[in-house]
Design a protein around this ligand. Structure first.
Ligand SMILES: Cc1cc2nc3c(=O)[nH]c(=O)nc-3n(C[C@H](O)[C@H](O)[C@H](O)COP(=O)(O)OP(=O)(O)OC[C@H]3O[C@@H](n4cnc5c(N)ncnc54)[C@H](O)[C@@H]3O)c2cc1C
Length: 462
């Protein structure tokens, strides 16, 4: 089996195949996996849930940048880039996977994570060939893929070829599975990496810090797309993205607007942070994966468009699809049939798995995000009413200048100003997500009816 790419997806595919006894080689264009210290550093709990044996070995000894994000801190900025609200969220009571009650993500630089996970595949018996760029696919006279060709012209043959080569996937392009992304399937994400004093980060974001264990942050504003902040042992990332074709100005200018605003600068000062690296990446953010298999070929992870449609979490989907593709290859090679009819099994597997379930609401979730957090550069700009409305509803009561009942009336009156946009938004973009989520099993109607009954006017006290 040949795997192109030694990111998280390729390494898991190589590991699973090698463990089963398949002769497995995986190619990496970098001098080592993770050489390009790209993002994708917030590791979600599904990785521990689905790969417990492996993930328990990811410790600060092998990955010094590892930091737990037990909660997320949201920052809200108004149109003048003033911070008008901060809120923190720990996992809620409805979380059923017990370990996920103690963390939202574990954060780790990919320059540490990728070599570590590739090492596990090598331990399992896979051959890792670094500094090898796969330039083309080798095809037989019927046009079926039978191998890969390196930049230096070497041809390597395999029964199954797995495209784990990320967003600009040579395997996807040359096999014809995905010759080109549409602009609405792909985002451009500029990001800054800052180094910071470990002790100062601990004081702010550590377990006993001011914002206890809040090593994930989201910055919301009305004039830049929502930005994520991922905090590590000795630094942090701040980045933001939007779909190609949706940018109205240089993407970096939006990031600069955020980074230079007062509240952000305050945070930088508090933890003594220094800019370390500028990165700009592409990230598939799709309503559904592309066609993921053909004769002798399967696409996994970013190459297949698997990052989740709501938040583009991509590391776990790459690992899960890597595992499923390798399991499919093992069976099909053993059966002596790696035709596309046989490899359809891969699609059946991922559709039933966690990643496939995620895409059952792919269209509604991606559309919701597009029209909220990332609508800031369009005329629609939902954040212009969302932020003040949220602020009013959550924070309006913290005011002693009037009797509380008067304040409540003022809040309701103000909130009503935003209702036309909010209601349109709710029915257009929120309802489809709720409908997808509820299916036939849950109905909110009885509770809603009860609520309406309780809203009848009460007799006034004399
Ligand atoms: C800015 C940003 C932030 C993100 N944040 C998160 C996050 O917090 N959490 C999360 O889960 N996901 C996040 N993602 C998504 C995540 O990074 C990806 O979904 C994930 O890395 C996909 O894994 P992969 O193995 O499919 O591909 P990749 O990680 O892209 O790995 C592909 C590998 O293939 C190699 N390669 C490519 N072409 C060739 C070739 N022709 N020959 C040989 N080798 C090749 C590359 O060098 C690379 O090592 C983020 C993405 C971006 C861009």
């Amino acid at each position: 089996m040949i795997v192109v790419g030694a990111g998280p997806g390729g390494s898991v595919a190589a590991k699973v195949a090698a463990e089963s006894g398949l002769k497995t080689v995986f190619f990496e264009r970098g001098r080592k996996p993770g050489e390009k210290n790209s993002s994708g550093c917030g590791l979600g709990p599904r990785m521990w849930r689905e790969f417990p044996e492996m993930m328990k070995k990811l410790t600060p000894e092998v990955a010094p940048s590892l930091r737990k994000a037990a909660c997320v801190v949201n920052h809200y900025l108004n149109k003048d880039m003033e911070e008008i609200a901060i809120e923190m969220y720990y996992p809620t009571e409805s979380v059923t996977y017990e370990p996920a009650k103690s963390f939202i993500t574990m954060n780790c630089y990919r320059s540490e994570f990728d070599p570590w996970i590739a090492g596990i595949a090598v331990e399992a018996g896979a051959e890792l060939r670094t500094s090898v760029l796969i330039k083309d696919l080798v095809k037989d006279d019927k046009g079926k893929v039978i191998g890969v060709q390196t930049e230096k012209g070497e041809k390597v043959y395999g029964k199954v070829i797995i495209g784990a080569d990320g967003v600009i996937s040579t395997v996807a392009i040359k096999s014809g599975l995905n010759p080109r992304w549409r602009p609405d399937q792909i985002t451009l994400v500029p990001q800054y990496d800052f180094s910071a004093d470990r002790k100062k980060i601990d004081q702010m974001y550590g377990p006993d810090g001011l914002l206890a264990d809040a090593a994930d942050g989201i910055w919301y504003g009305t004039n830049f797309p929502a930005a994520y902040q991922v905090i590590f042992g000795d630094g942090f990332h701040i980045g933001l993205g939007s779909w190609m074709g949706q940018w109205t100005a240089n993407p970096i200018s939006f990031l600069n607007k955020l980074v230079s605003c007062k509240p952000f600068q305050r945070m930088i000062k508090a933890i003594d942070a220094k800019p370390r690296e500028v990165q700009t990446h592409l990230l598939p953010w799709t309503q559904e994966p592309v066609r993921t298999y053909t004769d002798n070929v399967m696409l996994i992870g970013d190459a297949g468009g698997f990052p989740c449609p709501l938040e583009a979490e991509g590391v776990f989907p790459a690992m899960e699809t890597g595992k499923l593709a390798a399991e499919t290859a093992i069976k099909c090679i053993a059966d002596g049939d790696t035709s596309k009819q046989a490899l359809k099994l891969y699609e059946e597997k991922w559709k039933k798995a966690s990643v496939g379930i995620e895409f059952q609401a792919g269209e509604s979730m991606q559309t919701l995000w597009r029209h909220l957090m990332f609508s800031t550069q369009s005329e629609e700009n939902s954040m212009e009413w969302f932020i003040p409305l949220w602020h009013e509803l959550r924070g309006g009561f913290y005011d002693w200048s009037e009797p509380h009942i008067v304040r409540l009336r003022q809040i309701i009156k103000k909130a009503q100003e935003y209702l036309p946009q909010a209601m349109t938004f709710f029915s257009k973009y929120m309802m489809p997500v709720l409908t997808d989520a509820m299916g036939d099993q849950i109905s909110l109607m009885p509770q809603l009816m009860k609520l309406m009954e309780g809203m009848r006017p009460r007799p006034k006290k004399k």
